[in-house]
Structure formats: structure tokens, C-alpha cells
Design a protein around this ligand. Structure first.
Ligand code: MBD
Ligand code: FE
Length: 286
């Protein structure tokens, strides 16, 4: 996961994201019982969409070969997690959570790492002594859709630093920096001290950056906090929280902003900010 170079490169963060996915998930086991008819249907529909595009847009051999070279490059850069999470995951999340009555969630993205250090119901996320950025205190409560407080719920937080970099995906940052697990008290409450993250630019020096440049897009995500909130008997909530006034809230490259996910930070006299934001979890359906 670590790199020798002191420069944050697409290849380094991509390799880390790819390695993370290999080691922590069992994606094939989870779909082992999928009948061939389902695979046949999905594969045909995706291919049909590609064929339709080629016919309708009269795609040339030069364009086809450029696509082939680019797809190979995405794999070599380790940028499949980045590509998929930026341009595809938001629709999967939409479909997966459309039945929910509790809090809105959004995409996980490529930079989650499980088992971040435990900090109890009230504490400070792991950070450097001289961590740059505006100090932020976040208070909230986790409840079930019937209003019952959920004590012992886990709130896993991870976010970028003031330069927009994630620990374990950029060099020179302590392993668990700005990653922590909090456990709600008997009233379902938590209080987290951290810093306000900076807007995040996805790496521009790899194949995803190359697509962005060739298409004339921008590479920015608004500043965001990532969370996973979990409690026994409830569906896991994966969300991100955003800050009002960020210029990229309306044109997030990853299409992951929802109005329900905007915080309302309050400036304090000492220069810090406080936010109140809680979560309502849906009970597991039987
Ligand atoms: C991120 O930090 C992120 O949250 C997503 C979804 C994609 C790329 C970088
Ligand atoms: Fe992120």
C-alpha cells in the first residue's frame, strides 16, 4: 500500500485502490449462485448499448483502437476502481437503496479501508500533531426508522486531508490519518473531532485523467466526509456529507451529491466549525 516516491501519482493511488479491492472483498463469491440467464441478459444489454453507440455515431477504426489502448491503460494504471466508482457506482447505489425510508446514502468510492482505529462515542479522529485545516466538531445521533436510538452503532469516518489526499492512497501520510471508527453511546449519540476536508481532484496523470482532458471535463469532487453507519438488524448506510457553497456541489465528477447530504456548519468564535448531523437506519427487511 505504501509507495517509495513522495509524489502522489495516479498509478500509486490506483495500485493501492486495486490492491485494497483484491484483498478485502469477495466479489465473485457473492454472485456465485447467479443463473446463466441473468449473466446472459446483462452481458447482452451492455454489449448492445456499445453496438448501438458505434452504429449511431459511426465510430471509426482509429477510435476503436484508441479505446482498446485506453482500456488496457486503465488496467495497467490500476484505475478500474476509480473509473467505476466515479462514473458508474452512483446508479448502482440509487437502485440498491430506492426502498429505504431512513437516511439517504451515496457512493462509497475507492478509498474506504475497514477496521480504522476505535475512538469510542466521543473522540478525535487520528491526525497529525500539525494537521492543517479548520478544526471541526461533529455531533450526531443514530436512530432506527421508528425513532428508537441505536446505542452501540458504528460510525466509520474517512476523508481527505487539507491537500485533498487520503491516507493509504497517497505517500507520506500516517497509515490511519483521518480514518476512525466511533461507537454510539446508549442514546445513540456520537461526537467526532476532525478537520474540514478540502475539495478533491481525481488524479489527472492517469488514464481517467486522460479521458477527462480529452472530453474537456473537469476532475473535481466537492469537499466531502465519507461515512459507513452500521447497527445490528439494520441495513448498512454508506454516505458522504458535503459543505454548502462548494462550487462543485452542482457538478461533482462522481455525481454523488444529494441535497439531503449537505451539512450546515456553524462558525465558532475560535475559528473552528461545529456541525450537527445524524443518521436514520432502515431495519433489515425479512
Ligand atoms: C474520491 O475521494 C471519491 O470519494 C470518489 C467517489 C471518487 C474518487 C475519489
Ligand atoms: Fe472521497
Amino acid at each position: 500500500m505504501s509507495t517509495d516516491t513522495e509524489v502522489a501519482t495516479a498509478a500509486a493511488s490506483g495500485a493501492s485502490a486495486t490492491e485494497r479491492f483484491h484483498t478485502d472483498k469477495s466479489p465473485f463469491a457473492a454472485v456465485a449462485d447467479t443463473p446463466p440467464a441473468r449473466v446472459d441478459r446483462l452481458a447482452r444489454r451492455v454489449l448492445q448499448a456499445v453496438h448501438d453507440t458505434i452504429r449511431e455515431e459511426k465510430v471509426t477504426y482509429d477510435e476503436y483502437n484508441a479505446l482498446k489502448a485506453w482500456l488496457i491503460q486503465v488496467g495497467e494504471d490500476g484505475e478500474w476502481p476509480l473509473f467505476l466508482d466515479v462514473w458508474v457506482e452512483h446508479v448502482v447505489e440509487e437502485v440498491a437503496t430506492e426502498h429505504r425510508e431512513g437516511s439517504k446514502g451515496t457512493i462509497e468510492g475507492p478509498y474506504y479501508v475497514p477496521n480504522a482505529p476505535e475512538r469510542g462515542a466521543k473522540g478525535t479522529v487520528p491526525m497529525r500533531d500539525d494537521e492543517a485545516g479548520t478544526p471541526m466538531v461533529w455531533r450526531g445521533q443514530v436512530t432506527s426508522t421508528d425513532g428508537r436510538p441505536l446505542g452501540g452503532a458504528a460510525v466509520e469516518l474517512w476523508h481527505a486531508d487539507d491537500d485533498g489526499f487520503y491516507s493509504q492512497f497517497a505517500p507520506g501520510i500516517p497509515e490511519w490519518n483521518l480514518r476512525g471508527t466511533f461507537t454510539t453511546d446508549a442514546e445513540g449519540r456520537f461526537e467526532i473531532t476532525t478537520i474540514r476536508p478540502a475539495p478533491y481532484q481525481i488524479p489527472t496523470d492517469g488514464s481517467c485523467g486522460r479521458l477527462i482532458a480529452a472530453a474537456g471535463w473537469h476532475a473535481w469532487r466537492p469537499a466531502h466526509l465519507h461515512v459507513k453507519v452500521s447497527a445490528p438488524g439494520h441495513e448498512l448506510l454508506t454516505a458522504q456529507l458535503y459543505f454548502p457553497g462548494d462550487e462543485h456541489n452542482d457538478d461533482d465528477i462522481a455525481s454523488a451529491v444529494k441535497p439531503e447530504l449537505l451539512l450546515a456548519p456553524v462558525d465558532q468564535p475560535d475559528g473552528s466549525v461545529t456541525v450537527d448531523y445524524g443518521f436514520v437506519l432502515d431495519p433489515v427487511r425479512n
